[in-house]
Design a binder for this molecule. Structure first.
Ligand code: ATP
Length: 515
């Protein structure tokens, strides 16, 4: 655990040192759970967005993208259920005065039971070797059985209490499990209360005529209210999808996990409209498609797992998260939800407008069902950053810090480095920059010894370094150094464009994973 905490601290300080993430308005001591992206962060974030956008829209003929406004008619949030039900259960510790999400306290407790079970299983696997049957062990070993059974029971009870709005039982559960304030160990808790997460604001100049508005807490509703506009103007036929990337705002109760839980963040969402009755088939398909998208980035298969929801939101008939192994453990990275026809129907009721599709094959009018895929851009950023940051022991006894970002996402694709700052090498390097900059983000760097420049680019995540030396003047070739293997290769300058493309192109990364 201590090691994991160190890793998380390293990620946060590395993100600052290399211009990825700064605290918002830092000179005024920052604003809680709000962050700014620096020069490298803005590029990485843009590249993640593009990777998602292109794989959703460009690779699917039946998915188009929109960009709806953050401010929406206030009735939107009544219809969607956010005014009445977008709450988190909060609990305060009377001694430490710290505030927590009651459901998260219980979930973390349950996660510890799972970890204990997994530890036992791993130990047994070591003991029994090849023939070990983990499934059988889970069912027969009394200790493992108890851990897993208790966990299931706790999560089911939590889901039941939350569904029934029985907050007293959530408090009782916390007390029965003897859950303590993670910071201080105190078990002196207040009652559990509901807290609405939407930020309110006002539209209009004078106090009497101003209308109450909300900053959108999710981008999805901008898609639902435009369903018919897009369907008609794009002549879309079911099944089809609408994708969107944009800011969302939530007044989160607990915001102590860097960019994992922010008050202002970005979502990448896609709503896929299908025939009623076909939604669960599409739900399975989108689970697979989305996991493949993650796998394409090569951050490690073992870092992902599905978590099927016990407690379904009021609009869903199936839901799962793709969880990622963040430095603080497995947590939700993306949600895939079968939202039924809840949203479109609710908007029909509240607006008085029909939101239906005439299906020419069935010769029938219906309100489509919806599968949603919803991923937090900032959480994806954190997943990429934390899985990429490595301390490596080198053969010569030194260590190096290297940010092994997927090359397709890296802010700078190649650094062009003249070996020395004289003899015409800077001019030649600059010429290479001027040729490549039209197609790739490249950077010229001449300061410090070449070894130090390599290390700097390693730590910033640049996948390729291109060194111009004295031989280059004669043979028009350069040395390319690969970040991950530190392998070096001599190639003609004319081949640089093709090499960088091969290493960093969307097609190279996504092709084998697209379905
Ligand atoms: P959590 O349970 O962690 O609060 P959620 O289930 O409320 O998340 P959704 O409403 O399903 O999240 O939102 C979809 C995605 O948006 C999440 O999977 C997550 O990646 C992202 N997201 C949600 N809230 C935040 C936040 N406060 N900061 C950053 N990303 C967020």
């Amino acid at each position: 655990m201590a090691k994991q905490e160190d890793l998380f601290k390293n990620v946060i300080s590395h993100a600052k040192e290399y211009g990825y993430i700064f605290a918002s308005s830092e000179i005024y001591d920052g604003l809680s759970a709000v962050y700014d992206y620096g020069q490298n962060g803005a590029e990485l974030k843009k590249n993640i967005k593009e990777y998602w956008w292109r794989s959703m829209t460009q690779l699917h003929q039946n998915i188009v993208g929109i960009d709806a406004a953050i401010l929406m008619h206030p009735k939107t949030w009544k219809a969607s259920g956010h005014v009445d039900a977008f709450n988190d259960p909060l609990i305060d510790n009377k001694d430490s005065k710290k505030r927590y999400r009651a459901d998260v306290l219980v979930e973390d407790y349950a996660e510890k039971l799972l970890q204990k079970a997994e530890k036992e299983i791993a130990k047994a696997k070591k003991r029994f070797g090849e023939d070990f049957d983990a499934e059988m062990y889970k069912e027969t070993n009394p200790r493992v059985k108890r851990y897993l059974g208790d966990r299931k029971e706790i999560l089911e009870r939590l889901a039941r209490s939350l569904t029934n709005e029985d907050l007293a039982d959530v408090k009782k559960l916390i007390e029965e499990l003897e859950i303590a304030d993670p910071d201080t160990g105190s078990k002196n808790w207040t009652e559990v209360r509901q807290f609405n997460l939407m930020f309110g604001t006002k539209l209009g100049a004078s106090a009497d005529t101003a209308t109450d508005l909300y900053l959108r807490p999710e981008t999805a509703q901008g898609i639902f209210v435009n369903f018919l506009n897009v369907q008609k103007t794009g002549r879309m036929k079911i099944p089809f999808g609408i994708a969107q990337i944009g800011k969302a705002f939530r007044n989160e109760i607990v915001a102590r996990q860097f960019i994992f839980r922010m008050r202002e963040f970005e979502q990448m969402e896609m709503q896929f409209f299908v025939r009623p009755g076909e939604e669960l088939e599409w739900y399975e398909k989108w689970k697979e498609t989305r996991l493949n998208w993650h796998r394409s980035l090569g951050l490690g298969e073992e870092n992902y797992r599905f978590h099927d929801h016990e407690k379904l939101a009021h609009y869903a008939n199936a839901a799962a998260d793709i969880e990622f192994d963040f430095p603080f453990g497995f947590k939700e990275l993306e949600g895939i939800h079968s939202r039924t026809d809840f949203d479109l129907k609710a908007h029909e009721e509240h607006s008085g407008k029909k939101l239906r599709f005439y299906d020419p094959e069935l010769k029938e009018n219906y309100v489509p069902f919806v599968i949603e895929t919803s991923i937090g851009l900032d959480r994806m950023f954190l997943a990429v950053l934390s899985a990429s940051l490595k301390e490596e022991q080198l053969e010569d006894g030194n260590t190096r810090t290297v940010l092994k970002l997927p090359a397709v996402l890296a802010p700078t694709k190649a650094a062009i480095l003249p070996l020395v700052k004289k003899d015409g090498l800077p001019e030649m390097a600059q010429k290479i920059v001027d040729d490549l900059k039209w197609d790739f983000t490249v950077q010229y760097d001449e300061k410090d010894a070449i070894g130090r420049r390599y290390r700097r680019q390693d730590a910033a995540g640049t996948p390729l370094c291109i060194t111009v030396d004295h031989d280059s003047l004669d043979d028009n070739s350069v040395t390319v150094r690969f970040r991950d293997t530190m392998e070096q290769k001599r190639i003609p300058i004319t081949e640089l464009d093709a090499l960088i493309r091969k290493e960093t192109d969307f097609k190279t990364w996504m092709r084998d994973f697209s379905n």
